[in-house]
Design a protein around this ligand. Sequence first.
Ligand code: SAM
Length: 285
Amino acid sequence: MGSHSRGSLFVVATPIGNLADLSPRAKQVLTDADCIAAEDTRHTGRFLSRSGVRAELISLHEHNEAERIAMLIARLESGADVALVSDAGTPLISDPGYRLLAALREAGIRASPVPGPCAAIAALSVAGLPTDRFAFEGFLPSRRAARRARLEALATDSRTLVCYEAGRRLQGSLEDMAAAFGPARPATVARELTKLHETIYHGVLGELAASAAQDADMQRGELVIVAGGCETGDMPDYAGVTEMLKVLLSELPLAQAVKLATRLTGARRNVVYRAAVELGKWGHS
Ligand code: SAM
């Protein structure tokens, strides 16, 4: 238990685009805090002045997090209340802050959440895909080989997958997901959520990858990809099934290819059938 004279750290979620999403409590906590630790003080300074909040700002980012922790702990120990924000959304969710929170936990200093916007949860809430279980992957590796390896490892996960992506990498990531999970896996790309150009694209991975290749707008701005989980549970290697189907479909009519692939892999017929139809639709070179 900490002494009652110690301050608290408030982890405050801020808008992911629409300033009106700053909650009244978040605004009050930011106003009352003795100082605000922010990922980018210039960005947060602009946001705070637009929101009518004046505060002392302390920069806390990946590269100085270790040094700033001792200073922030000293201020908290002396009774100051500190707020932590990131550039957008919920701090620590693919954003800095973890080391600070781990240090506070170690020091027995109270951390209190002020919940609010988070792009992953916002995207999941409109994707129309199962939400009872989901896996948040943050940013997939930017290098293609590492990304493919990570996706292969996730191919049989039955949970809905949520990941962050930069616009310029959208097409590559969707293609790699289609290769690892099969082109028929349902998915959603949620772009520029809560902003002027908010667009939600629903489809299957093969279709969404093809759309991203043709539609420059789709690759602009901030994006969340939500992909449905593996439906079979008993299908060990979706990529293997897809590869097998490609060979069979080059020699046989669809019905026969599906029959053989189902028998050879033990996967469910309807899943193999859907994958075969999608392969036919989007080409399988
Ligand atoms: N902490 C933030 C949160 O709670 O959502 C995420 C920070 S992470 C550095 C930034 C990524 O979040 C972006 O590359 C994008 O994938 C996603 N993101 C942030 N704002 C978004 C928005 N308005 N629409 C869609 N995705 C967004």
